[in-house]
Design a binder for this molecule. Structure first.
Ligand SMILES: Cc1cc2nc3c(=O)[nH]c(=O)nc-3n(C[C@H](O)[C@H](O)[C@H](O)COP(=O)(O)OP(=O)(O)OC[C@H]3O[C@@H](n4cnc5c(N)ncnc54)[C@H](O)[C@@H]3O)c2cc1C
Length: 404
């Protein structure tokens, strides 16, 4: 009899894992997948485009149900797993299914954080994580609606631009003094702010939400300095928390996420975790690339290959409604390093490189991010940049200095 492999969660990490596993060893396991959402895995990254109406739901789909079927995968959707019984090797899906497992993969992603402030449970206060959220936001974003997005990180920016594109009066609140402060320095964040404003989003920095109020539904948001902002909908985008509840209840070791080793194995050798719910070497990730690398690692491990995931060097690359932004490594120069800077606010161009001992420590680009892949590799490998400084700043076609 084949080993029974159950995967909990059918998001981006889960699907990539299933694809790689079935490519490597078709039919090796008897595979069941249980997803809480009603749809099979889709491209979550495109939810911002879906919100803004640039793609439709079909454009976010990955694999049709026929793909799962033709690969012998039993897919159960719209059914959250409620319990893992490790002693008996069972996964419970409410009252409806009991799935026995020999190997279990947790790919349950994250849950959006709701600010612990009064009024956050009022109707009209929404999160931005899945297709159901986008449907709810679009439904609330009617003509003349006033929307407030809380959170000036990547997702908050994307939600705000999407809402503005729908013609909604949109204000973005961020508690810090600049947008995307973990990825951008002040100058780059300033350009992004201008780009947001050019797209019709009002941006309020150092804006600390005190409470949301309304009679039966959200009507206004009040800042801690007393400012009152009328609102018909509030989109909360203040971060996510790895989904650890199932693992924790089953007695699997968790820290901020489900703790895994370099093979994505949890504290129980039959159980693995990957994607946003996993914590590897103390690190949790909120992006697709690490989730995909982890999926690759686990698929190889489960077909008996020798493999070790060493972590993913993180870079952020996004488009704020057409404005490309890239950030990797350090964003502020540590002592003893050099900063190479090029800034043309008129053209919306900004490039900053942080170099120490001829090694690239960090890069922040706005406007033109053509060299992003190269910079990312240089930061990751620590290779010498002595011969490439001009190219890094101006592109690989930069004129070479004349020989003396
Ligand atoms: C709007 C938006 C834009 C984004 N843009 C980018 C981007 O530009 N670049 C980038 O790198 N990343 C981006 N991300 C992040 C990226 O989508 C995630 O990092 C990625 O989806 C993580 O994959 P995952 O499989 O770990 O989690 P998910 O894709 O969230 O999948 C987890 C799945 O598990 C399900 N689940 C949870 N609990 C249970 C349960 N008990 N039983 C069954 N199923 C369960 C969930 O419903 C969900 O479907 C974006 C995210 C959002 C929301």
């Amino acid at each position: 009899m084949k080993d029974r492999l159950v995967v909990i969660g059918n998001g981006m990490a889960s699907l990539r894992f299933l694809e790689r596993l079935t490519e490597r060893a078709p039919g090796r396991y008897d595979v069941s997948v249980v997803g809480a959402e009603p749809q099979a895995a889709y491209n979550r990254v495109l939810l911002s485009s879906l919100l803004g109406g640039e793609v439709d739901e079909a454009g976010c789909a990955f694999r049709g149900l026929d793909w799962y079927e033709s690969h012998g995968i039993r897919l159960i959707t719209g059914a959250p797993v409620t319990e893992i019984d490790r002693e008996n090797g069972l996964v419970m899906v409410g009252e409806t299914h009991v799935l026995p497992f020999d190997r279990l993969v947790l790919a349950v992603g994250s849950v959006p954080i709701r600010l612990p402030k009064p009024g956050m449970d009022l109707p009209g206060v929404l999160t931005f994580r899945d297709l159901a959220d986008v449907t709810a936001i679009r439904k609330a974003a009617v003509e003349h609606a006033r929307a407030i997005v809380i959170g000036g990180g990547l997702l908050g920016l994307e939600a705000a631009v999407g809402l503005a594109r729908l013609g909604v009066d949109t204000t973005l609140l961020h508690v810090m003094d600049r947008l995307m402060e973990r990825q951008l320095d002040h100058a780059a964040a300033g350009l992004v702010k201008r780009a947001m404003e050019a797209r019709g989003v009002k941006v309020l920095l150092k804006a600390d939400t005190a409470t949301v109020e309304g009679d039966g539904k959200v009507e206004r948001l009040i800042l801690s300095d007393g400012t009152v902002l009328p609102a018909d909908l509030v989109v909360m985008s203040v971060g996510v928390r790895p989904n650890v509840a199932l693992a924790q209840n089953a007695g699997i070791a968790v820290g901020r996420g489900i703790k895994v080793d370099d093979r994505m194995q949890s504290s129980d050798p039959r159980i693995f975790a990957l994607g946003e719910c996993a914590e590897h070497r103390g690190q949790i990730y909120g992006l697709v690339e690490p989730a995909y690398e982890q999926a690759e690692t686990l698929s190889r491990h489960l077909v008996g290959e020798e493999v070790a995931y060493a972590g993913t060097s993180l870079a952020t690359s996004l488009k704020v409604s057409g404005l490309p932004v890239f950030s990797a490594g350090a964003i502020e120069a540590p002592e003893g390093s050099e900063t190479i800077l090029m800034s043309d606010p008129g053209l919306g161009l900004y490039r900053k490189l942080i170099v120490a001992d001829d090694r690239l420590l960090g890069a922040v680009f706005v406007g033109d991010i053509a060299e992003q892949g190269w910079c990312k590799d240089l930061i990751r490998t620590g290779a010498s940049v002595a011969a490439h400084r001009d190219d890094l700043m101006f592109g690989r076609t930069a004129p070479q200095p004349l020989a003396a």
